[in-house]
Each structure stands twice: as structure tokens, then as C-alpha cells.
Design a protein around this ligand. Sequence first.
Ligand SMILES: O=C(O)CCC(=O)C(=O)O
Ligand SMILES: [Fe+2]
Length: 350
Amino acid sequence: MIIEEIVNTLLTTMTRIMQEPLQSKLHAVIQQLNLVKQVSDSEFWITTEELCILLEFDADTLNMLKTQEVLFQFAWRNFVCTLVSHQGNYKLWQIINQSQVESSSQSTVSQAEESYAPSFLINHNFYKNLSNNSSIGQIQIERQSTSATPQASPEILPSHFIQVKDFLSATELEQLFKFVIQNENNFLPTSNSANDSDYRRSMFLPIFAPFSELIIERVKAILPQLISDLQIQPFQIDYVEAQLTAHNHGNYYKVHNDNGSPDSATRELTYVYYFNREPKAFSGGELAIYDSKIENNFYVAAESFKTVQPVNNSIVFFLSRYMHEVLPVNCPSQAFADSRFTINGWVRKK
Ligand SMILES: O=C(O)CCC(=O)C(=O)O
Ligand SMILES: [Fe+2]
């Protein structure tokens, strides 16, 4: 709600600014920038549209920023605008004062493995396109890695996952499967924060008590062991979320991470419990978990990945910041009961 209020205030201010004489317009811009600084200090992230309103970029710049596959950072006056998250066309930016960037940049990489850092894919052509676009008078492009000495290719940080087999008892699994079949008509199409229908194709069941509680309780029970086995820093658990999905013929979920937006940023661990009819009537639908590398102080996906097989009655755990994807499912019968089913969710940290 606070976020909405801030956005509304910014939009109202911008509308007012447009109609005022130069001096008060300048004054209002300064106030606006103070506000931007305040919101960035509170780790407020804004969309590409909001960024363009704030910085008074034109429609061409907006379109360019929106359509780039890639993420980056550019300087605007004494602010640095960083693309901190993207899923398809949906992108979020952080605006931060130059001096804060400089003072924090040395420590970021060394602490990166321990602290939260957004993940995303980077394509360096972004710079080129941005700098060649003459309509962007006030942007200075921050070029990285252009020194004469070639830099060593970034170190690959392998992703880790743990898959536990036979997670539920045979009776629990049978009851769960029966429940899902009875609820076929209550399944709805999924969406994702990118609001891009090509990004994800699957169905989900909004309410699935008592199985949501069952899974959450079992996940909580093995968390201490998991955190130790995954060799991650112990963290204070806030709560655990759960959703139930079905992937049928041709369904998939393209590359994404699970904590790349303000409302998902406290997701630390992702789990996916798989179940299906026996004998299994689909192929594909593997979960690909990408390794990471650090570029420009951010985690980005490496080309290499590990593949998790959606084994009936198994559950997999991995860090929510890892980039991952569900490969297309091939389910020749297209029967609902033959789908690749999951209960999956996230462990939130306080
Ligand atoms: O179904 C899977 O294997 C993973 C699903 C997923 O990545 C998600 O729901 O965020
Ligand atoms: Fe995911």
C-alpha cells in the first residue's frame, strides 16, 4: 500500500510539474529526485514505465528499455539506474545515488554468495544499442569490461540442489492423487509476474487443503537438515508457501528466478514436489537449474545447467535466486490425469 501511495504521489507530482513555469518546475524536479533517493534507500523498485516518467524519457527510450533482452545499469545525472530484475517484458529498476554505488561496490562481489543479490541474464549488446540511440540526450552509458587488458572469463558458481525420494507415504500420495483428479474442474491457467502469456503454460489449483498444510509441515520438518546439506547460511524462517500445478502437453515455464520482484524478494529456498500417475504417461518436463556467474556485481545465469527429473513422489530443493526453467512436457494422451503434477513453493526468510 505504501508503494502504491508513493507511485501515486510521483505521478501526481509529474502531472503538476508539466504545467508549471520553469523555476518551480526545477524546484519540483529536485524534490522529485529527493523522493527517488528516498525510495531507492528503502530498496523500492520501479517498473520501466515508472522509470521513464520519473526521468522524463521519451516513448522511444521507453520502448528500447522495454524491449531489451538484457539488463543493465546506466548513469543519469548523479544517479545510477540498475535493472535489478526481469521476466520477459516486465522489468524492475533501482535508482541509487552514485556515491552509494561506489562505496558499496567493492564489498558486493565478495559477499555475494552470502547475501541476497538479484539474478538475471545479461546481453552486452544492450550498451551498444543504448549508446547509439541519439534520442537519449541525458543518459551516460556505463561501459564495463572495455579495458585494453582482456578480463578472465567469470568464474562459474555451480548451483546445488537436493532431491529427496519417497517424500510422502504411499497412502498420502494415493489420497493426494485422488484429490487432484476430483478437482480437475477447479484448475485455472497460471500467470506470472511478467504478465506475458508466452512465459508460462500450466494450470494451478488455488485451494488444496489439507495437502498444502501437509507439504508445508513436512518441508519445515526437514529444513534444518536441508540448510546444512545445501551448505547455505542459516536464516530465520518467516513462513512457507505452497501452490499446486499441472503441466500437460506442450506446457512449460521459461527461464526465471523465484525472488526477482519486491514481493518475492524474501524467498530463499524453492521446493518442488513431483507426483504423477503410474505408469508415467508424459515425457520431458525436466527442471533445468542454471549455474551462476557474477557479472557487474550481479548474479547472472551461466550457460551450464543441471537437470532434475520430475520423479514421482520426490521433492527437490534449491536457492530461489537460481535461474531455472521447466522444459516442455510431452503428454500424448493430453488427459488431465496424465499430467506432470507438482506441489511447489518457497521458504521465506525474515
Ligand atoms: O515445476 C517445476 O519443476 C518448477 C516450477 C517453478 O519453477 C515455479 O513454479 O516457480
Ligand atoms: Fe520457479
